[in-house]
Design a binder for this molecule. Structure first.
Ligand SMILES: [Mg+2]
Length: 168
């Protein structure tokens, strides 16, 4: 049961993700969460290093898209700025992940999701059969509801760590 919440990989930040490793295991498409994964929560600013890292994913031939639970106007604005299309839907629902897969033209096994939340990005990704990568949130500023979920997340992360299930 707890394995549903377990990411395939867990990193402090995006920059630690080895793109050549993803390629070597057959990943061709990457779905990015937005808030606290590529931007600070509620901010349109994307750190320069993140911009470069996102460009690297494209130049290395990965198909990429965004998938966020935030307002459409905000998602559209980030999508334009990064020149990365956005899929529709609400995580962790399967329809959101199917929308992302259809946008990328990849199968679940060929696709990774990178996000900072266990109960949306990782749970949804695991259920949809994607390769799931959890990163630590860029900031501690978040929706009130997200802050509540963080308390539960800490319990789940602790259990996963105790069982040796969290892999960098
Ligand atoms: Mg997020």
């Amino acid at each position: 049961m707890i394995s549903r919440f377990c990411p395939n990989l867990y990193f402090e930040s995006l920059y630690q993700i080895d793109l050549s490793h993803l390629k070597s295991i057959g990943i061709r498409g990457i779905v990015f969460d937005i808030d606290n994964t590529v931007t600070m929560w509620g901010s349109d600013k994307v750190p320069q290093d993140t911009l470069k890292w996102l460009e690297d994913t494209k130049t290395q031939g990965f198909r990429v898209c965004l998938l966020s639970n935030n307002r459409k106007a905000r998602v559209d604005s980030i999508s334009c700025m990064l020149d990365i299309p956005s899929a529709k839907g609400f995580k962790p629902f399967g329809s959101a992940f199917r929308s992302a897969l259809s946008l990328l033209g990849t199968s679940p096994k060929e696709t990774a999701i990178i996000g900072d939340q266990i109960f949306t990005d990782i749970l949804g990704g695991n259920r949809a059969g994607l390769y799931t990568i959890l990163v630590q949130p860029l900031s501690t500023t978040e929706f009130f509801t997200t802050r509540l979920f963080r308390k539960l997340e800490r319990i789940v992360l602790h259990k996963l760590a105790c069982r040796g299930m969290l892999k960098p």
